[in-house]
Design a binder for this molecule. Structure first.
Ligand SMILES: Cc1cc2nc3c(=O)[nH]c(=O)nc-3n(C[C@H](O)[C@H](O)[C@H](O)COP(=O)(O)OP(=O)(O)OC[C@H]3O[C@@H](n4cnc5c(N)ncnc54)[C@H](O)[C@@H]3O)c2cc1C
Length: 378
């Protein structure tokens, strides 16, 4: 159980700036994202594309913007020097439920506002918060899955079935082994290129690209080098649609996850063939799923949450929504609009949670209080 002032749902660009704004005002917060990396759409959908309309930043890529936002929020998301873990940032877990918190026994400290909300995530983690900011974009980005007939629908997923790449600095589980990358779009082709160029310690010994036909729906700048590597025999191409799987069960008991040993493919010649593998990396892209958000009792307008423009407050006291997930007259789904909304939401939350705290506007250039919170040395 983690208790905090504010839980921020979504570590996209707006969620990261929300953490910064809340931290500046002295509010403690925890931020949660289903993706293994912070940055939302900027990192998941257009990491290498240029953005030209951030005030004061003539151009930066999606990934660069996310990295700068993380760096800016660092005083409130510090890195543990020993483990390298980022405190208060909870990645790889989806917020499943958001509900009113049950009163705690013994009664909570009267001098503090109560923890009014309980949130639960897919990792089994529970959070209690005094307020919640939803910065969930178009919903949780979940990887599109590959239909694998024969895989038991219930039970643990195979240990060697992956949808994400390890984030920087993590060891790749497929080092020195045979990886099958499924997909025919930008993401799959970029992945096979990255794998061929990976450092030796994390590079697979063999790479197969699995796609249903010998045509890719990807950028020509990716197709060309992939074709060249195929011609050199450094990437193999397996054509076909999975018809079944061969599983290997471990000796660790019936509840232990199996491993994929091979996939049966039905190729363009309608002949089944076995594709043995050590790891299957599915790279079919991500799709945003509103998922549990739709069940939280908040009214939705075209999958967006209506908010008050002065505070970004939703219709539930203590829950605010910022960024692409919210709507109001004149709403623009732009980064800079989301950053503005995060600022308004932070100030509104401070006034709501700690009405006796100083509410006057302070500048980061001149305020010693803000400098202290930011860890600025004089
Ligand atoms: C191709 C492309 C180019 C763009 N270019 C520009 C541009 O040039 N300029 C500009 O201003 N804007 C641009 N945009 C729009 C901009 O990216 C969005 O406005 C911005 O990403 C919104 O940020 P956000 O934090 O609100 O949402 P997102 O970036 O969508 O982040 C939301 C995060 O919340 C997570 N999440 C959602 N639900 C849950 C849950 N239940 N549990 C856990 N995590 C959850 C998601 O996984 C996601 O990481 C572009 C968008 C695209 C697709």
């Amino acid at each position: 159980m983690i208790e905090t002032d504010v839980v921020v749902i979504g570590a996209g660009p707006v969620g990261l700036f929300q953490v910064f704004q809340l931290g500046l005002l002295g509010l403690r917060c925890e931020v949660i994202d289903v993706l293994p990396e912070a940055g939302g759409q900027c990192v998941a959908l257009y990491p290498d594309k240029p953005i030209y309309d951030i005030p004061g930043v003539p151009v930066c890529t999606g990934r660069e913007l996310a990295a700068q936002l993380l760096k800016q929020a660092r005083p409130f998301l510090p890195v543990d020097p020993v483990t390298g873990q980022v405190a208060h940032l909870h990645l790889g877990q989806q917020v499943l439920s958001l509900s009113p918190a049950a009163p705690t026994q013994p009664a909570e400290d009267d001098s503090q506002p109560p923890h009014r909300f309980t949130l639960q995530t897919t990792s089994g983690q529970t959070f209690k918060a005094r307020a919640v900011v939803i910065s969930a974009g178009a919903g949780a980005f979940v990887p599109k899955t590959l239909a694998l007939p024969g895989l038991p629908p219930e039970g643990p997923a195979p240990v060697n079935l992956h949808h994400h790449l390890p984030i920087d600095g993590q060891r790749a589980p497929w080092a020195g082994q045979h990886v099958v990358v499924a997909g025919g779009g930008d993401e799959a082709l970029q992945t096979v290129l990255d794998l061929t160029q990976a450092a030796e310690a994390i590079r697979p010994s063999r790479i197969t690209l699995l796609h249903r036909r010998d045509q890719f729906q990807a950028d020509a700048a990716l197709v060309q080098p992939v074709r060249a590597l195929m011609a050199q025999g450094r990437i193999e191409l397996a054509l076909g649609v999975p018809q079944g799987v061969e599983l290997a069960w471990s000796d660790a008991g019936v509840n232990a996850p199996p491993a994929l040993a091979a996939i049966t493919l039905l190729g363009p010649d309608s002949q089944p063939r076995q594709l043995p593998l050590d790891h299957l990396l599915v790279r079919l892209g991500l799709s945003p799923k509103l998922g549990p958000l739709a069940d939280w009792g908040l009214p939705l307008e075209r999958k967006q949450i209506p908010v008050d423009t002065a505070t970004c407050a939703t219709s539930i006291n203590g829950i605010h929504a910022v960024g692409d997930i919210n709507t109001y007259p004149g709403k623009k789904r732009l980064l800079l609009c989301g950053f503005h909304e995060a600022t308004l939401a932070a100030h509104a939350l401070l006034a709501r949670l700690y009405p006796d705290a100083p509410q006057h506007l302070q500048y980061t250039t001149t305020s010693t209080v803000l400098h202290q919170r930011l860890g600025v040395q004089h």
